[in-house]
Design a binder for this molecule. Structure first.
Ligand code: SAH
Length: 348
């Protein structure tokens, strides 16, 4: 077996990795600074490493596992990168400007096993999990093309809850001062809450922000919309999120995609308000963003407003995501639509 890829390791392990390959270990710390703080994308750029060392590194240890195949930038500053992985699979990541800095949106799997009926990501099922390094390289490519970012949302392709070792490993590097140094309160992980996932995030212990994809208060409808969690009840999932709140004091977000005629009626709002009553969450309503192959539609603005109003009169804190429209939506495709509203509490 060859040694693990550099980005699958925490920067604190880089010196040892250098040593294993026969290089001076202190240069490992140096290289980590070059990559995470100075945005170097090749060994050659690390000019204070001896030229002979750089040459050997180039031969023995390719710095990247991914290749940038496409990059598009929209007029509003949103940027999408499409990366090719070593096995030829591709994955997208998006960077978006916000009121106080940039947010990046990362993918965790190629495809998705959850098969939410209204989501394009799971239409072909799961191809495979991304490795820690493949998740981090999305952040690195976005940083190289767009500069530093201040927020991370794990809301791209895939279900993080089914790939937690790699996802939490990548988050450790995003959080660490030797890595990207992002604060925990500026990281949001979105999940449908597979069995064991939320408690595992609690046991990991970093106080990141959790977003739970709910989409229906009634379990029967929720299971139709999110087949991947059909053995779990919503209350059980919300109770796990509450337990996390008790442990780290971080309120969580409930995500609810509004689908015309499916989950957007007064009775649905009523049911949601009662299941969330006195829970420590904020509701983020996401108007459905059309996927051409799928038979769903976005409710009219008035219906959306009415839904939000009912939740508010049930005592909930609610954000209704404005429709973004325009060039960047087209440019950033599937991932772009999962952007958070600029006035969302995540973006404080
Ligand atoms: N697997 C994670 C991340 C998914 S993306 C999860 O399910 O939470 C983040 C959010 O975008 C999820 O709430 C997801 O349901 C939602 N989403 C997916 N497809 C959408 C669409 N076509 N329109 C609006 N929101 C969508």
């Amino acid at each position: 077996m060859t040694s693990p890829h550099l980005f699958d390791l925490h920067p604190a392990q880089w010196p040892q990795w250098f040593e294993t390959l026969g290089f001076p270990s202190f240069q490992g710390r140096n290289a980590a600074r070059w990559v995470f703080q100075k945005g170097a994308k090749s060994w050659q750029e690390m000019t204070d490493l001896p030229a002979s060392l750089r040459q050997q590194l180039e031969i023995k240890a390719p710095l990247q596992q991914t290749r940038l195949v496409h990059q598009s930038e929209a007029a509003d500053g949103a940027c999408k990168v499409l990366l090719a992985l070593a096995d030829g699979a591709t994955v997208e990541a998006v960077g978006m400007p916000g009121t106080d800095g940039r947010t990046i949106c990362l993918s965790t799997q190629v495809g998705c096993p959850v098969r939410c009926r209204f989501c394009a990501s799971g239409m072909e099922g799961l191809a495979r999990n991304l490795s820690q390094g493949e998740i981090l390289e999305q952040a690195l490519w976005l940083q190289r093309s767009q500069g530093a970012f201040q927020r991370v949302v794990v809301m791209g392709m895939g279900e993080a809850g089914f790939n937690l070792p790699a996802v939490l490993g990548a988050l450790d590097v995003l959080l660490d001062a030797e890595g990207f140094g992002i604060s925990a309160r500026r990281i949001t992980l979105s999940t449908v809450g597979p069995k064991g996932a939320i408690p595992a995030i609690g046991a990991w212990g970093r106080p990141i922000h959790l977003a739970i994809s709910v989409h229906a208060a009634d379990d029967e409808l929720r299971h139709q919309l999110i087949p991947g969690v059909k053995h779990r009840s919503l209350v059980e999932t919300l109770d796990e999120a509450e337990a996390l709140f008790e442990a780290n004091g971080r309120e969580y977000t409930v995500e609810y995609v509004l689908l015309a005629g499916v989950n957007d009626g007064p009775e649905h709002a009523q049911a949601l308000a009662s299941v969330l009553y006195q829970r420590r969450c904020h509701v983020n309503l996401i108007p459905f963003n059309a996927v051409p192959e799928l038979p769903y539609a976005c409710p009219a603005p008035m219906v959306q407003e009415e839904f939000a109003k009912r939740l508010r009169s049930g005592g909930l804190s609610v954000t209704l995501r404005r429709s973004l429209g325009g060039a960047s939506d087209a440019a950033c495709g599937q991932l772009r639509r999962r952007n958070l509203a600029p006035d969302h509490p995540h973006n404080v």
